[in-house]
Design a protein. Structure first.
Length: 356
């Protein structure tokens, strides 16, 4: 007869086996490279300080070509975005949203028009710009330990590889002596891409030394027109299948959707394609000729484009404009709070008059 200890060991092994199976099922059910399902990266401060982020606040598209799913919240909330947490009390979030409504409604007519929303979007986008500038100062100090105000490519390369787990002293010594570095293929590919970006951020006269402003362009290409063009070229390079340096709808929606094995994952893939199709046809393809050029994509990607901000304002109003008066009333914003803030407010109608 099996002893109690043996029984518990057997039960534990069975539990671990089942857990492993469920984890495998979960992994294979997820679409590949789907930004809607991307998990938040680990909080590796050293690496995040020196590696250009894929996600740029207030920019409509990620640097890997995926749509920015949080864009509407970013340009409506600005720095206050973190205050609207999923586990926050709905009543508190409601008060915050009402306060924002009052700030956007600059003529105090109890409704928000497209021009008011445009002004607000530009203001919140500028907040993200200023936040990036402040963060860049900290990040620049991390890669410029001697404080001479310039960072060479080799200095950056050493810090980057150290953040990837390589021995910093050994790497520094090998680079100093021009010795070959034993780097895996994936890391080398990332380094090659970063070096291209480094060259682009190095303003004339090129010296391969980046000052603080150039380093900001390296990390945040949205701050530089030249780097914005480079980012657009990278995105088109990744999506352009026939090499004509333009994007068709089929190319834009064929970014790896992933292999799915159940209906739920298939629905997610279908929604992903639907979102990209709508963005391509209604927003990016400005002249509606079925082709997106580099110029069109650059205008789309520019976060400080006032014309884009006005179009975005009109779209945001249209989402919640139930009475079709081309304005947003407070009740409409509260009802569609999830779109504007990512936080769903319950009993908005019952409480709105209590708050006033």
């Amino acid at each position: 007869m099996m002893s109690r200890q043996a029984f518990l060991c057997s039960l534990g092994s069975l539990y671990l086996s089942l857990l492993f199976v469920f984890l495998l099922m979960d992994v294979y059910a997820r679409p590949a490279n789907n930004s809607a399902l991307k998990e938040k990266p680990a909080d590796n401060k050293d690496e995040n300080e020196i590696l250009p982020p894929d996600h740029l606040n207030g920019v409509k598209m990620e640097m890997d070509g995926h749509l920015n799913k949080e864009f509407h919240q970013e340009v409506f909330l600005g720095k206050e975005m973190e205050e609207f947490e999923e586990d926050s009390e709905p009543r508190k979030n409601r008060k915050k949203l009402m306060a924002i409504f009052s700030k956007v409604d600059i003529n105090n007519d109890k409704k928000i028009g497209a021009k008011e929303m445009q002004r607000w979007i530009m203001e919140k986008t500028d907040e993200h710009f200023q936040e990036a500038v402040e963060e860049n100062k900290m990040h620049f100090r991390a890669v410029d330990p001697d404080g001479d105000g310039h960072v060479s490519w080799d200095e950056y390369k050493i810090k980057f590889l150290a953040s990837k787990g390589f021995n910093e002293k050994e790497i520094a010594e090998k680079i100093k002596n021009n010795e070959e570095l034993k780097i895996d293929e994936e890391t080398q590919e990332v380094l090659d891409n970063l070096k291209d970006r480094w060259y682009q951020a190095d303003n004339p006269p090129p010296d391969l030394l980046l000052n603080e402003e150039e380093f900001l362009s390296f990390l945040h290409p949205e701050h530089s027109r030249g780097m914005l063009k480079f980012m657009v070229k990278e995105i088109i390079r990744d999506l352009d299948q026939d090499g004509d340096k333009k994007l068709t709808l089929s190319e834009f929606i064929s970014l790896p959707v992933g292999t799915v094995e159940n209906q739920q994952a298939q629905d997610i893939d279908d929604d992903w394609v639907k979102d990209r199709r709508k963005e391509f046809e209604e927003v990016i393809d400005a002249n509606h000729d079925g082709i997106v050029t580099m110029e069109e994509l650059e205008e789309y990607m520019d976060p400080m484009n006032e014309y884009n901000a006005l179009n975005e304002a009109k779209q945001m109003i249209a989402v919640a404009d139930e009475n079709q008066n081309h304005h947003l009333e407070l009740e409409e914003i509260l009802k569609y709070s999830e779109y504007f803030t990512g936080s769903k407010l319950m009993d908005y109608a019952r409480n709105v008059h209590e708050e006033f």
